[in-house]
Design a protein around this ligand. Structure first.
Ligand SMILES: N[C@H](CCC[C@H](N)C(=O)O)C(=O)O
Length: 277
């Protein structure tokens, strides 16, 4: 069978997006890995799947799979592309779209300038929310990696993030430490590893070694987690501009139980059809 898909990206974090409302397909982990391959397949960081909602007060179900085939709880850049996709495909005409994810509900708002604002819910810091093996909820946790001791912020945006402050993202040891943090035994479901450089209280630079994918040009939930951790540590104040390698995101969060808002672009690159082996 031929599967129709749209290739999209949010600041260079790229996606294959498929509508399983008007199409039928069941994708196995191995098939996702092959489709994700940048030489033998289509090539993407994540696969985004549009399904009918399970709850009557939601518009869609939004499922996310990393390049390694693992299904995950949330994807911020993907959420913006999801909103653009369902409108472009005429699956909805709404500008405010409510979606359910494995990590909880999201509200996507398509703005007049075509940027998308996502209510990402409330950041959660208690270790069990990630999950993270730690005895208490604190702004910074000591983590031993490769014989060295680091201080990381632990944040759940539905998906787990470890945020490490660095002096300069350009020289940060992302290639070396990223995989070691991603698979650290204290993160039973692995973790996304963010490397945050504080430029000012309203500005950071960020690189993210993503769980199940590796370093990406941008990570939406990673940007949210870094800002939430920075605000909690008293380093940052809302709103914060996050400079990622692929471009900038605006993050707003007033703290505590308030929702965190992320605003940024969503681009369509091409449409395609592929025969599923
Ligand atoms: N790798 C992430 C999922 C994609 C997140 C990222 N692409 C974003 O924009 O939030 C995880 O395993 O939790």
């Amino acid at each position: 069978m031929l599967l129709h898909f749209t290739k999209m990206h949010g600041l260079g974090n790229d996606f294959m997006v498929i509508d399983l409302i008007t199409q039928r397909a069941r994708l196995r982990d191995e098939q996702i890995r092959k489709l994700a391959d940048r030489r033998f397949g289509i090539g993407f960081d994540q696969l985004l799947v549009v399904e009918p909602p399970r709850s009557p007060d939601m518009d869609f179900r939004y499922r996310i799979f990393n390049a390694d085939g693992s299904e995950v709880e949330n994807c911020g850049n993907g959420a913006r592309c999801f909103a653009r996709f369902v409108r472009d495909q005429r699956l909805t005409h709404k500008r405010e779209i409510h979606v359910e994810t494995a990590g909880g509900p999201l509200t996507l708002v398509v703005n007049d300038d075509d940027q998308v604002t996502v209510d990402m819910g409330t950041p959660r810091f208690e270790p069990a929310a990630l999950p993270f093996d730690a005895t208490e909820d604190r702004p910074l946790h000591a983590l031993e990696v490769d014989g060295e001791r680091y201080e990381i912020g632990a944040v759940s945006m539905g998906n787990p993030h470890a945020v490490l402050r660095v002096d300069d993202v350009d020289t940060a040891p992302v290639e070396r430490l990223g995989p070691l943090i991603e698979r650290h035994p204290r993160f039973p479901r692995r973790v996304n590893a963010g490397f945050m450089q504080v430029v000012s209280p309203h500005e950071i630079r960020l690189r993210v070694f993503e769980r199940g994918t590796g370093e990406t040009l941008a990570c939406g939930t990673g940007a949210c987690a870094a800002v939430a951790s920075g605000i909690r540590q008293g380093l940052l104040e809302s709103p914060v501009t996050v400079h990622l390698r692929g471009g900038d995101l605006r993050i707003e969060w007033s703290g505590d139980e308030a929702p965190l808002l992320m605003t940024g672009p969503a681009e369509r690159v091409f449409e395609g059809r592929i025969a599923l082996a």
